[in-house]
Design a protein around this ligand. Structure first.
Ligand code: UT7
Length: 349
């Protein structure tokens, strides 16, 4: 059975740096609060009109494909993870396929928010192991700056998120003992509404006073996105930060230990841990729980904020570029977020 290695990795972040101080001009917040509670000092925001989730994903993909020593036509499947797609539908995968003039290959979008990249990697791994594909492009990209509430009302969310993209080429190898050792995926929908963007959506909350017989286009449009929804800020994401935090600090170590246990590895065997960059306090809590030294953990949330599905591949790309990962290293990745969904991946590089 083939194994999945990461043959190439790349990332792209917009050039526009937005500091905490910049945000204080828009809302009641401070540089001190943001650093103390999240560890974030600055983030990147994509160009309003010239950059999209797909265009950033394309830039990251070009680097990953080049680093793998491949051409666009060598890719035989695309998996694109994002919560901030260019269009409501179709997904970003096909836009990337078109832009990179790839063959008429399959393109799948994954909507698992913060754990999207881990889910996407797990899917890629299964396709490689069954022998169906040889080179799969996995992308995580987000343009959060497009849909955040930049008033004081939305400050608990808007200060956290940033834009960017990362990509990897997952490749089949017959070499034994290398590549992805296992992936572990979980969900608990009990708290689905605690970190969510409800609209536009088909949920019933705003249907109660409308009878089927009364339907007309104006009413339907109103249910999709009404002025009332916008007035109540229901077009922005909602997050109960403390509830997410409390669950995250339990599930991160749990799913990392699950990956280690499955492969009969010990915490000390990890050469590099890359967790989804949700909040520096969460990452530090996980590091402490596992007893890992600073050189075994990679964090970049101070520079990019939380880039959701893009955060792990951006960190992976930076860590690889700076020589923090070498062949034979045990690299563990883990994510937790909206859903709640969480997961881990462990590999021998
Ligand atoms: O990647 C997706 C998964 N998401 C996460 O993992 C996020 C997890 N949660 C968190 O990172 C943290 O809960 C936050 C950073 C979102 C918030 O930090 P916190 O320490 O949990 O603060 P809090 O929500 O308990 O709010 C404390 C206070 C409140 O004021 P009062 O009620 O004590 O007067 C908030 O209104 O801080 C206030 N606050 C702010 N103050 C200044 C909330 N946001 C801000 C802000 N600037 N940006």
């Amino acid at each position: 059975m083939p194994s999945s290695i990461i043959a190439g990795v790349g990332h792209y972040v917009p050039s526009n740096v937005v500091t905490n101080k910049d945000l204080t001009k828009l809302m009641d917040t401070t540089d001190e609060w943001i650093i103390e509670r999240t560890g974030i000092r600055e983030r990147r925001y994509a160009h309003r009109t010239e950059e999209t989730t797909t265009t950033m994903g394309i830039e990251a993909s070009k680097i990953a494909i080049k680093n793998a020593g491949l051409k666009n036509e060598d890719i035989d499947f695309i998996i694109f993870a994002t919560l901030s797609p260019d269009y409501y539908f179709p997904g970003c995968g096909v836009l990337l396929q078109r832009a990179l003039k790839m063959q008429e290959i399959g393109a799948l979008d994954v909507r698992n928010q913060c754990s999207g990249f881990i889910y996407a990697m797990s899917i890629a791994d299964q396709f490689i192991k069954t022998g169906m594909y040889k080179n799969i492009l996995v992308v995580g990209s987000e343009k959060h700056s497009f849909g955040l509430d930049f008033t004081t009302r939305g400050r608990n969310i808007s200060v956290i998120f940033g834009d960017g993209a990362g990509a990897v080429v997952v490749q089949a190898t017959e070499e034994k003992g290398r590549g992805i050792l296992s992936t572990h995926l979980h969900s608990d929908g009990e708290s689905a509404e605690l970190l969510a963007m409800y609209n536009p959506g088909t949920h019933a909350n705003h249907w109660t006073d409308v009878k089927y017989a009364d339907f007309n286009n104006a009413e339907l449009a109103d249910m999709f996105m009404s002025h009332a929804m916008i007035d109540k800020a229901q077009n922005f994401p909602f997050m109960d930060g403390q509830a997410v935090f409390k669950k995250a600090v339990v599930k991160f170590p749990e799913v990392i230990m699950e990956a280690l246990g499955k492969n009969k590895l010990k915490k000390e065997d990890i050469n590099l841990l890359i967790t989804h960059q949700a909040n520096l306090r969460i990452s530090q809590f996980v590091q402490k729980t596992l007893g890992l030294s600073d050189d075994k953990v990679y964090n970049n949330i101070d520079r990019y904020g939380n880039t959701t599905a893009a955060s792990i591949p951006i960190a992976l790309s930076e860590a690889f570029q700076s020589g923090k990962i070498i062949e034979g290293d045990i690299v563990c990745m883990a994510a937790f977020g909206s859903g709640f969904t969480w997961g881990s991946l462990i590999m021998k590089w």
